[in-house]
Design a protein around this ligand. Structure first.
Ligand code: URA
Length: 447
């Protein structure tokens, strides 16, 4: 360990100074190599959280994290390579639907995802709810799968942006997630390592987002778009609502089931709207459609023909999972206990708070409080109540899936904190508020 390398750099950031590209590169390479201890990196992350990074430093940190590992060269595929990434939400299973859907339309989707972070869920944890599914593919395996199926759903191996892998887990444990430069560098170092020809970002805003305020969400989007442009990767972002969970299912296995339903054309309307909106941007970036209407039609046909669901089954099989779950979601892990949660009074659903739901999933054992925690894929919630619904006292609002009675009680407490029934309710945030490109911000018109 070389704590002396990091200490003056931490002090510089603590005091509001700037670090140059060489400092960032040495620091991140040393951190990835285990030569800078976590306690120093945690102190640096906190200094960044409070002091921020300017554009050049954010660029240098992203570059340093990107260069801490290998990058994928997929030019030989001869097809557009487009990924999408969300800044994190609750019930956000869009990646599970979108990756096979877009791959079934002839665009390569090298999707590298993360695990649950804070109160938000992670695509890798969801995929691993599928019996046998392996997210830890090597880059060689991922490349081979992309050649055959146009899609690989992978986690960060030791090879890709290893500095981010370590820092991501450390930030989760040290209260340093909610920082625009840290989120931007984390997401973009992974995405730029994928050798993409374009990237679509789903930037969340609202109470359940890491950055709840709309303006901070827009700034995050602009920062990542700039980082993409600096690296020759076109990036488009949509700002979408996370003041309520997306879809009905929140938890790992239940979200996989809802994704399968979506791929079969039976997904909840809000999930489908966000999926189609992001998918259209992916197809536009790929240059395979003329406009959003054509994109939408092609996605609908991929779903109604069964092509997208079939592609998901093939991806699952290629990654060691049981492809039969696509026809029979009953093969997914099932919770031992389930209980219906009833409306405590008559009124209007004023809120379904995502943070409380996310923390509830963790309390049930479906997320982590420590990096080494093992996730129980079977637990979670299916919440049918939506903000604005008028309900009678005693009407079912949600179902709790738990492993034992204590879990059911924790689930009940989480739902009581999350679901507010009142006499009246303000309207929820617009589901898709803005489209952000290098040219600027526009209101999103779903047409
Ligand atoms: N997703 C990431 O990959 N990193 C973050 O910091 C937040 C969301």
């Amino acid at each position: 360990m070389t704590p002396l390398l990091a200490r003056p750099l931490i002090e510089t950031k603590r005091d509001g100074g700037r670090l140059g590209p060489t400092d960032w590169r040495r620091l991140m390479a040393a951190y990835a190599a285990g030569e800078v201890p976590d306690y120093q990196m945690a102190a640096l992350a906190m200094a960044i959280y409070f002091r921020g990074l300017d554009r050049d430093e954010t660029h240098a940190l992203t570059d340093a994290m990107l260069r801490s590992g290998a990058t994928l060269d997929l030019t030989h595929l001869g097809r557009p390579r487009i990924d999408k990434h969300s800044t994190g939400g609750v019930g956000d299973k869009v990646s599970l639907v979108l990756a096979p859907l877009i791959a079934s339309l002839g665009v390569a989707v090298p999707m590298m995802s993360g695990r649950g972070l804070g109160h938000t869920g992670g695509t890798l944890d969801k995929l691993e709810a599928i019996p046998g599914f392996r997210t830890g593919l090597s880059l060689t395996e991922a490349t081979r799968q992309l050649e055959q199926l146009d899609c690989a759903l992978i986690g960060q191996t030791g090879e890709i942006a290893p500095a981010d892998r370590k820092l991501y887990a450390l930030r989760d444990a040290t209260g340093t997630v909610e920082s625009i430069p840290l989120i931007s560098a984390s997401i973009m170092s992974k995405k730029l390592a994928e050798g993409l020809t374009g990237l679509v970002l789903d930037v969340k805003y609202g109470s359940g987002a890491f950055l709840p305020e709309r303006d901070r969400g827009l700034e995050l989007a602009r920062t990542m778009i700039e980082l993409g442009a600096d690296h020759g990767c076109p990036v488009i972002a949509l700002l979408t609502a996370m003041d309520r969970p997306l879809g009905r299912a929140c938890g790992n296995a239940v979200e996989v089931e809802e994704s399968i339903m979506a791929l079969r054309g039976e997904g909840p309307p809000d999930l489908m709207r966000v999926t189609y909106a992001l998918g259209a941007e992916m197809l536009l970036l790929a240059g395979t459609v003329r406009d959003r209407d054509e994109a939408r039609r092609r996605m609908e046909v991929a779903i109604s023909s069964g092509r997208a669901a079939e592609r998901f089954a093939r991806i699952i099989e290629a990654q060691g999972g049981d492809p039969r779950v696509v026809d029979d979601p009953g093969l997914l892990p099932e919770a031992a206990e389930c209980e219906v949660y009833l409306a405590p009074r008559a009124g209007v659903i004023a809120e379904v708070r995502p943070r409380e739901i996310g923390h509830g999933i963790i309390a049930l054992g479906g997320g982590r409080t420590r990096v080494e925690d093992v996730v129980d894929p079977s637990v979670g919630f299916v919440i049918t109540a939506r903000p604005g619904d008028v309900v009678r006292a005693g009407e079912p609002l949600a179902t709790i899936y738990a492993r034992d009675d204590a879990g059911v009680a924790a689930g009940r407490a989480a739902l009581a904190a999350a679901i507010r029934v009142a006499d009246e309710a303000a309207p929820p945030l617009p589901l898709i508020a803005h489209r952000i490109t290098e040219a600027g911000v526009e209101d999103y018109d779903e047409g």
